[in-house]
Design a protein. Structure first.
Lengths: 823, 163
């Protein structure tokens, strides 16, 4: 039976429920939105793709007619979403057709960016590249890419940068969102690679979410949880978050620790699990090393001690431990609340530890999801666009380097492997002190997304830095470039990409890119040709010229490594569901879960890394790894809590965190240009608790200055449900739509990252966005007008305020296919 | 003074010296934000070691807080500062490498003293001192390792940008 409903998907971001029981099949619900331009029978074709505005991989088809996108419809057949779409999926595509798309290359002449043709722009880039290589060598050139390009583009960039230019300075903005996920997995399992599967939601009894407001960051994944919660035998949720998000509201236990104390909390959970003998000693003995050290290190980490550090009741911590230890099917997810905070890798590793202690790995419902934030972040890690060696290879292992050299037909010594690849913050440091002379930024906006924006702006503006920016709009970063290259985006080029649970999707080209914009792949290939990058026999280093050929090249590179793509092809992906890697002869239809029956990837000869000290980032070394873990088991890694580097003080009494709202993505490059999304969350706000508002004589809607030791911004107050002593500011609101253009207008800040500090996790090198000291000063009374923050999400107000709705223009269709024959 | 008291006094001074060295290096290189923050964290470790050494010595009637000069012939840091090639440069990158070497050497000096303390404690069956060494020595090794890794990671850019 099939029935349809029309829903305002701004007012109701998660749509109608389709309950299902534990162990059941998640029903199909196809969501469709056709924009105002669509005629009832006007869709001439549907083109297959998946979402590019978060990491969930929501599969959808783009409605096309007359060379224009008309709307989107979820793909019922896909394993990730079974047809569902979130608000950004439904409305975000409209930004593609925005009239201010970059359509021609730009070059700076006499201080101004003017339109030029491709030859001129690329000549600028090539001549500067050649000059730097001649005068200063490869270490003077850096590439900083995105988490939103396609697999084929990352792989091409990795080969070009590592074996062509031969620089160690290659990273993606995934350093800001997902580096800790990858690092934590490497530290626990020896290799990157998502152990769990979204299907684990179908079987879980307990779901723990650590610093993960999944309702707003991966709405469709939250829909799956909501449907389980509405079904028989619902799971119980543990939520760790300083805010009362939609996830916290449905949690059996909600822990709201002080900012920066995640590790103290995790150590206490582990301590309690061990003390209460809730652990699976047999699993630990067979499958792990390091238990004695972990036991020893957490011996003093009682729930009581953590309660004092975290500001969370002792009983709550004990109950949380009992909840975790009492189930046969525990699923955990982790995201920015852990990854962007103090002791990020150490805290994320403790989540892995809990699963290893309880034997909750590699079985349906016993799953571990160290999540990603960006749609194709997974591919930067696999293809090496984050500097890692492609295929989860180990730069410290000469055999791995030799293998890569053979695949690329270069000398091993041509591939920089004398130290770990240079992470983004270090690249910017080198640009600041002048040893990097050229920075090529593709598909990311550091002028709004990096911490301490005043410093970043001054680095990007340096005369001595030749800045190339490849993007689809004239972002804050592009405004400061020496050369701007107009790129095609999603729907305008063909390629593949992979989500957070290893599902690979095909994205076909639906419409041509605007003006002279080209795909990122074409731009990189053009550069490689013009630079005459060669392999060791004198042939072209990059032998492919199409996306499908690049994919085939990647497949060869992935063979035998954990992320094995050899069984996947465009043909297999077209028309059906996404496929999870590894997909090869051994797993011809892909692989639901990793590490079944304790088969890890940590053997010394195979592993991706020998590990790092979680507190200092020091490399552990091959000899120690071989001694510690000769059989490649999973590793229990311990870490001691230490106080955050910037704490609230008398002058700055608040702890400030930054984060997201469901309706915007990153620096709003696309979502600000989707009317329904932008109207729902048009402007920055600052969230504080009711007691704090009362104590500071502040009310909903008041305009305040929020200042940290670095800078300040102005925002209206949202009195909401956040931990007292804490402030929340969304980081989306830059300056491209203000007179200032790329910086505060008249000195009035708006971007959350004006306030954040330059500090990063020692192991993952991920910057800290979730903790700064701040103070608040009243500027002007709000007069009863509430802050422009959504009312139906984590930013919901304490006081009454007009509900966030989308109205007529946000109506989408839901079609539920009910096999059982009833609603 | 007994030999073990000598070792405790040397180790106390060694940790005090390393704690202040780390702060000095962190401050000097505050534009290298990871060096600034991690050096402070590691300095706390050394300060903590010093406190625990003082407590352990006090239990045996030895007052470490009066201090004693660090033997230059053993640590050689005055020699180090004035003589070493890298230290003569005003280039900040080379100064960083030099400072990391100084940290490495100062921490290595402490490491060997922890080793001596552990061996002496075993020979004399002083359980508390053995436990103290077992607890603190790994952190000293981690300080060494950090300096080594940071030096290894920084050197390529420093050297290549100056050649």
């Amino acid at each position: 039976m099939e029935y349809s409903e029309s829903i305002d998907r701004i007012a109701d971001p998660w749509g109608t429920r389709t309950p299902y029981p534990r162990g059941g099949e998640w029903p199909v619900r196809v969501d469709t939105y056709l924009g105002a331009a669509a005629e009832p029978d006007g869709v001439s074709r549907w083109v297959q793709t998946a979402s590019l505005l978060h990491s969930n991989g929501d599969a959808m088809d783009i409605a096309v007619s007359d060379g224009k996108m008309l709307g989107v419809r979820g793909r019922a057949v896909d394993r990730v979403n079974r047809g569902r779409l979130g608000p950004k999926d439904l409305f975000g595509w409209q930004a593609n057709a925005s009239p201010d798309r970059l359509t021609r290359p730009l070059a700076r002449r006499d201080g101004r960016l003017i339109e030029v043709d491709w030859d001129t722009a690329m000549s600028d880039v090539v001549s500067r590249s050649r000059a730097l290589l001649d005068e200063r060598g490869p270490s003077s050139i850096a590439f900083y890419t995105s988490g939103q390009l396609f697999l084929e583009e990352y792989y091409t960039l990795a080969v070009m940068a590592r074996a062509g230019i031969k620089t160690n300075h290659l990273d993606g903005n995934t350093r800001l969102c997902t580096a800790t996920a990858g690092e934590a997995l490497k530290e626990s399992f020896g290799c990157d690679g998502q152990p769990g599967s979204y299907a684990d939601i179908d079987h879980a009894e307990v779901i723990a979410l650590y610093g993960h407001n999944v309702a707003e960051t991966q709405p469709v994944l939250w829909m799956r949880v909501l449907d389980r919660l509405a079904g028989s035998d619902p799971p119980r949720l543990l939520c760790v978050d300083p805010r009362s998000t939609p996830v916290a509201e449905r949690a059996s236990i909600h822990l709201a620790p002080r900012l920066g104390t995640n590790l103290a909390l995790m150590n206490a959970l582990i301590h309690e699990l061990i003390q209460r003998d809730l652990i699976d000693q047999r699993y630990i003995d067979s499958n792990t090393v390091g238990f004695d050290e972990l036991d020893r290190q957490t011996a003093q980490d009682t729930a009581e001690r953590a309660a004092g550090i975290c500001g969370v009741p002792t009983t709550d911590i004990i109950q949380a431990a009992e909840l975790l230890g009492s189930t046969e099917a525990l699923l955990s997810t982790v995201l920015q609340g852990f990854y962007q905070s103090h002791q990020a890798t150490a805290a994320a590793v403790q989540v892995n530890n809990i699963h290893l202690l309880l034997g909750m790995v590699g079985r349906p419902g016993a799953g571990l999801l160290q999540m990603n934030g960006q749609p194709t972040a997974e591919n930067t890690r696999e293809c090496g666009a984050n500097g890692d060696l492609p295929g989860f290879r180990n730069w410290e292992n000469d055999h791995h380097v030799a293998e890569l050299a053979e695949i690329w037909n270069v000398q091993a010594s041509d591939i920089p492997h004398y130290s770990a690849p240079t992470p983004a913050m270090q690249i910017f440091r080198y640009a600041e002190e002048g040893s990097i002379g050229m920075l090529w930024v593709s598909g990311t906006n550091p002028a709004v997304s990096l911490p301490e924006l005043h410093r970043i702006r001054s680095i990007l503006a340096r005369e001595q830095l030749f800045l190339v920016v490849q993007d689809i709009f004239l972002t804050e970063t592009a405004q400061m470039a020496d050369v701007v290259l107009p790129a095609a985006t999603w729907g305008e080029k063909t390629g593949t990409f992979t989500n957070a649970d290893r599902t690979v999707h095909l994205s076909d080209q639906a419409v041509p890119p605007p003006g002279e914009a080209r795909s990122d792949l074409e731009i990189f290939l053009d550069y490689a040709r013009r630079m005459d990058l060669r392999d060791k026999d004198g042939g072209p280093l990059i032998s492919w010229s199409s996306a499908e050929e690049a994919f085939a090249a990647w497949q060869r590179c992935s063979r035998g490594r954990p992320c094995d793509y050899t069984g996947i092809s465009y043909e297999r992906l077209r028309g059906g569901s996404g496929i999870q890697w590894p997909c090869n002869d051994e797993h011809p239809d892909g692989t639901e879960r990793l590490y079944e029956e304790g088969a890890f990837s940590g053997e010394p000869d195979y592993c991706e890394t020998y590990g790092r000290d979680l507190a200092t980032g020091a490399a552990m070394g091959e000899i120690e790894y071989r001694a510690r873990n000769p059989d490649g088991k999973a590793m229990l890694r311990a870490a001691k809590y230490s106080s955050p580097h910037e704490m609230p003080s008398e002058e700055y009494p608040f702890a400030l965190t930054t984060g997201r709202t469901i309706f915007q993505f990153h620096t709003r490059t696309k979502t600000a240009r989707a009317p329904q999304l932008n109207a729902a969350a048009p402007e920055v706000w600052v969230e504080m608790s009711e007691p704090d508002a009362a104590a500071h004589d502040l009310a909903e809607g008041d305009l305040v200055e929020v200042a940290s030791p670095r800078a300040s911004l102005q925002a209206q107050v949202r009195v909401g449900y956040i931990r007292p002593g804490t402030l929340f500011v969304p980081f989306h609101y830059g300056y491209f739509d203000e007179p200032g253009g790329n910086e505060p207008t008249d000195g009035i800040g708006r971007a959350g990252n004006e306030l954040t500090l330059t500090d990063w996790d020692p192991a993952s090198k991920q910057p800290i966005f979730k903790l700064a000291a701040a103070r608040v000063t009243l500027l002007r009374r709000g007069g009863g007008v509430p802050a422009p923050a959504p009312t139906n999400t984590g930013s919901r107000p304490v006081a009454d305020a007009p509900a966030t709705v989308g109205g007529e223009s946000a109506i989408a269709l839901e079609t539920v296919v009910d096999e059982a024959g009833g609603p | 003074m007994t030999a073990i008291q000598d070792v405790l006094a040397d180790l106390y001074e060694g940790e005090r010296h390393l704690a202040s060295e780390l702060l000095r290096v962190g401050d000097r290189h505050e534009a290298e934000h990871d060096v600034f923050h991690i050096a402070r964290d590691l300095s706390d470790w050394s300060s903590d070691h010093g406190r625990r050494l003082a407590d352990a010595a006090k239990a045996n009637g030895q007052d470490l807080s009066t201090g004693r000069p660090r033997p230059t012939s053993l640590s050689g840091d005055r020699w180090w500062t004035s003589q070493h090639l890298l230290g003569r440069h005003s280039n900040p990158g080379l100064v960083l490498l030099h400072d990391l070497q100084a940290i490495y050497l100062a921490a290595s000096y402490n490491s060997l003293l922890w080793e001596i303390l552990a061996q002496g404690a075993q020979a004399l069956s002083i359980g508390g001192l053995l436990e103290l060494s077992t607890s603190c020595h790994p952190e000293t090794l981690r300080q060494i390792r950090w300096a080594n890794t940071k030096l290894k990671e920084s050197a390529p850019q420093v050297i290549s940008s100056q050649s």
